[in-house]
Design a binder for this molecule. Structure first.
Ligand code: S3P
Length: 432
């Protein structure tokens, strides 16, 4: 049961250094790839968020041995060919990445599996993955012809496809590529707008040969992955909350080390720079397959901007916190081409606009985004998280600048991606 938490930080300022938890997208993939490959894969910096624990749970049910010690994970797999047919339903919790990528992986096995998740997962569209997988020969059944969980997969021999993506989605692209591992022929995925490329990078890291050029990914089926070590960088989508907090809370300076700044994820940095934020990005030299940086943010005078077009997939998860940022910027910020927000953990256009309006923000929803007039002083209110971790964190960051308490209905959901979120807020407040 979720309970209401009263959040109020009078005259707050944030000072100090934090290490944000491991990247959610990369943590999921490390377990998936480590389970596909035969032998022992080790992972460091793993995110112990509920979503990634759901992925671990699913692979355990397929007979993969997985040990978690702190943020280190050891995956000992008999290899994808030797997975067991699970006796139980695979439960993917709140995790779209687990559900969609697993659909691709399971389609090419010889196993019968059933997947289901929580109430939010039960409303999220799965045909965007099931349809291209069916073109590859996948046998998938589910409510509304495979649109909604529970989903049943009867693994079968797949054939490669040449697929042009109708939406910018790394989950769809990754599901097709992972199915392509087992498909006869070369799978090709074409993207008009480039989505996050962690799957492509990790396939290379696990020894696969994959060609990537100008929005076209080509991947020959039948390749074996080689177990390896994965070092997960800090999640820029989690860092985003403290980048915004540092910029809008008076008298702040926040430093974050080892943050993943893969260009397909780092749109928030460009937006902050365009808005005039005092942000420094110092690249780190760690020779990993994902670039990392130390980010330093200071309280800033912000001006409005327009966020649209190709940058949208590179900051899609950051739009709730960018909306809060825009309430403190001078002028009118426009966010457009972001209709994908409607099919996230909740409808994030409605949720962001409804909740920020309750705080006194001048914000309106559009069909594909929102318009925000700033700056406005925010006050307290009773807010809902809609069971969505990123809406919950947006509201908690708003409480750092609100003139009276924010009563948030559900702070537990934040553990999906950032279990140490409130500890980090408290730590930064105590240093100030
Ligand atoms: C993710 C891709 C994005 C993102 C999600 C994680 C991934 O979703 O919003 O949080 O790990 O591939 P879409 O593929 O639906 O854009």
């Amino acid at each position: 049961m979720s309970s209401t938490t009263s959040l109020y930080y009078k005259n707050a300022s944030l000072k100090g250094t934090i290490t944000v938890p491991g990247d959610k997208s990369i943590s999921h993939r490390s377990v998936m790839f480590g389970s596909i490959a035969k032998g022992k894969t080790t992972v460091s910096g793993f995110l112990l968020g509920e979503d990634c624990l759901s992925t671990i749970d699913c692979f355990r049910k397929l007979g993969v041995e997985i040990h978690v010690e702190g943020t280190n994970v050891e995956i000992i797999s008999p290899g994808m060919d030797n997975w067991e047919e699970p006796k139980e339903v695979l439960y993917t919790g709140n995790s779209g990445t687990t559900t969609r990528l697993m659909l691709g992986i399971l389609s090419g096995t010889t196993l019968h599996t059933v997947m289901t998740g929580d109430a939010s997962i039960g409303k999220r569209p799965m045909r965007r993955v099931a349809d291209p997988l069916r073109l590859m020969g996948a046998k998938i059944a589910g409510r509304d012809n495979g649109q909604y969980t529970p989903l049943a997969v009867q693994g079968t021999q797949l054939r490669a496809i040449d697929y042009t993506m109708p939406v910018a989605s790394a989950q769809v692209k990754s599901a097709i590529l992972l199915a392509g591992l087992r498909a006869a022929g070369t799978t090709v995925v074409r993207e008009k707008e480039i989505s996050r490329d962690h799957t492509e990078r990790m396939l290379k890291q696990f020894g696969a040969h994959i060609e990537v050029a100008d929005g076209v990914v080509a991947f020959k089926g039948g390749q074996q992955l080689q177990a390896t070590h994965v070092n997960v960088p800090g999640d820029i989508s989690s860092a985003a909350f403290f980048l915004v907090a540092g910029a809008i809370v008076p008298g702040s300076e926040v430093v974050m080390k080892n943050v993943g700044v893969n260009p397909t994820r780092a749109g928030i940095i460009e937006v902050l720079e365009k808005m005039g934020a005092e942000l420094s990005v110092k690249m780190e030299d760690n020779h990993a397959s994902e670039p990392t940086a130390t980010l330093t943010i200071r309280t800033s005078d912000l001006k409005a901007t327009t966020v649209e077009g190709e940058i949208i997939p590179r900051l899609i998860d950051e739009i709730p916190i960018i909306a809060l940022l825009a309430t403190q910027a001078k002028g009118t910020t426009i966010i457009r081409n972001a209709e994908e927000l409607k099919v996230k953990e909740t409808d994030r256009i409605t949720a962001v606009v409804t909740e920020l309006q309750k705080l006194g923000a001048n914000i309106e929803a559009t069909d594909d985004g929102m318009i925000i007039h700033g700056p406005t002083k925010l006050h307290g209110a009773k807010l809902q998280a809609y069971g969505d971790h990123r809406i919950g964190m947006m509201s908690a960051i708003a409480a750092l600048i609100s003139s009276s308490p924010i009563d948030l209905d559900d702070t537990e959901c934040i553990a999906v991606s950032y279990p140490t979120f409130f500890e980090h807020i408290e730590g930064l407040l105590n240093n100030a």
